[in-house]
Design a protein around this ligand. Sequence first.
Ligand SMILES: Cc1cc2nc3c(=O)[nH]c(=O)nc-3n(C[C@H](O)[C@H](O)[C@H](O)COP(=O)(O)OP(=O)(O)OC[C@H]3O[C@@H](n4cnc5c(N)ncnc54)[C@H](O)[C@@H]3O)c2cc1C
Length: 418
Amino acid sequence: MTMNVRPVPALDAEVNDIRLATAEIVNDDILPAEDKLWGWMAQGAKAPKAVVDEARELRHGIQNKVKDSGLWAPHLPREFGGMGLTFMQHAFMNEVLAYSPGAASLFGVVAPNSGNQKILVKYGTPEQHDKWLKPLTEGRMQSAFSMTEPHNPGSDPRSLTTRAELDGDEWVINGHKWFTSNGHAADFYIVMCRTSEPDESGGRNEKMTQIIVPKDTPGVNIVRGVPVWGRGSSHCEIVYDNVRVPRENQLGRTGTGHAAAQDRLGAGRVYHCMNSIGAMWRAFDLMVERIMSREVHGGEKLEEKQFMQGFIADSYMDIQSARLMTIHCAEKMESGADPRTDISAIKVFVPLAYHRVVDRAIQVWGAAGVSGDLPLAGMYQGARTLRIADGPDEVHRILIAKNVLRRYHAGESWDFGN
Ligand SMILES: Cc1cc2nc3c(=O)[nH]c(=O)nc-3n(C[C@H](O)[C@H](O)[C@H](O)COP(=O)(O)OP(=O)(O)OC[C@H]3O[C@@H](n4cnc5c(N)ncnc54)[C@H](O)[C@@H]3O)c2cc1C
């Protein structure tokens, strides 16, 4: 089944054209080739070379088509080789390209490189743009974001203890990180470091600085790729032991690390949610396809069973509510209004809805649902992981309640129209 994307009356012609052109590539080039593109990965290093080479060639072919169609790097400004989209345009494109898991990399927008690129665009100097951003966007380099630590709660970034101290013109970094995604392939890490004075004086949110650390710097020790969902991974555990980098490797002013992390996560959460919606869309199509074709107990189609009809209705409502909530949040961000409550709301609601939608699709497909023949098992793990990565649900629920209560304490109530 292909993705059914038609012009949306409420969107302008440009966004509709982008969505249609994206859907065309997803439907014509990516969906029919999914197995060849990604199927070999389950075999890891044991995959035959010819199969891996064929996949690489296919990827390059599709990437070239994406570039020729002007759809490369939707998250970047034109001067950095991207599409120069507005925030909303990018969000609306994401739900289409995420229909096929893995397609984002074929459109040049793959985490954690994409988040790092955005931070480099905003906080980087012209020299940093030349040295790190340009090769990253051209695919000549890989990167990772190294913030979370095994011995401190990632849900409270102010607790991080990895420390950078100035010694002449060099930062000296000591600390222990883990879940640095893409850590093996990365050429450099953006490391979140505590750079406040030892007495911790200064503003609450000005104690951290993000510093670029090339992977081959002495003292960068990759302990392991932390196994995730029972498989080896590139989410690396890394010890930084007296790692010295030039002072000019810091991103932005000293003390702006927390603000840069918020920049990364705020917009990123909307993009992640639109990605989740694209994935739910696929899971829904797969579920309905199976409900319409599978015969049980003497030839009755699943679609005649009320349990199955309930699944369709519940998933429809989950997708619609998740999508509208995310678009509402994105519109608020774009308008300059304070979106924090809505960002937290989508961060909790959308991955949960995604989880439910994929769960129902798996149930309908039976054993095939958990097999490697369909993308559902991977989506299920992805949805579950999203409830932890980028800040766990509980923290966002607390934030929503705090923001609501603050307003009511101030004698106002909540305006759900805005
Ligand atoms: C697949 C994957 C990829 C990742 N990639 C990266 C990456 O590239 N770079 C990076 O730096 N990090 C990455 N992370 C780490 C991720 O950002 C952290 O796991 C996340 O921020 C949560 O931190 P934690 O694991 O330390 O959990 P903790 O902060 O220890 O929280 C654990 C649990 O405690 C509960 N909890 C926490 N705070 C509260 C509270 N205030 N009230 C009530 N309950 C609470 C919640 O149930 C929470 O799930 C990745 C994680 C995963 C799973």
